[in-house]
Design a protein around this ligand. Structure first.
Ligand code: SF4
Length: 81
């Protein structure tokens, strides 16, 4: 099946290694926010094998990739499932 702008992808975030630079929350605020300790939280993220996991829209893929590539500790992943 051909991917469309409505299709889903998956963000994974290894929250316990976040250093709180705010880049992800500023780049993709629909998906990340900073908590009261100054660390990033993946909105709606469910814990899975040391990561938090949440669905995202493929429409947002380019912006998500900016956060993936910009995270200074490389703890954000984007995949199709
Ligand atoms: S970009 Fe990386 S280090 Fe910076 S707040 Fe987001 S998860 Fe944490």
């Amino acid at each position: 099946m051909r991917a469309t702008n409505q299709s889903k992808c998956v963000i994974r975030h290894k929250a316990d290694e976040c250093i709180g630079c705010c880049l992800c929350a500023e780049t993709i605020p629909d998906y990340f926010e900073m908590n009261q300790d100054g660390l990033a939280v993946l909105k709606g993220g469910l814990s899975e094998h040391g990561f938090f996991r949440a669905n995202a829209l493929s429409l947002d893929r380019e912006e998500i990739l900016q956060a993936v590539e910009g995270c200074p500790v490389d703890i954000i992943r984007l995949s199709d499932s």
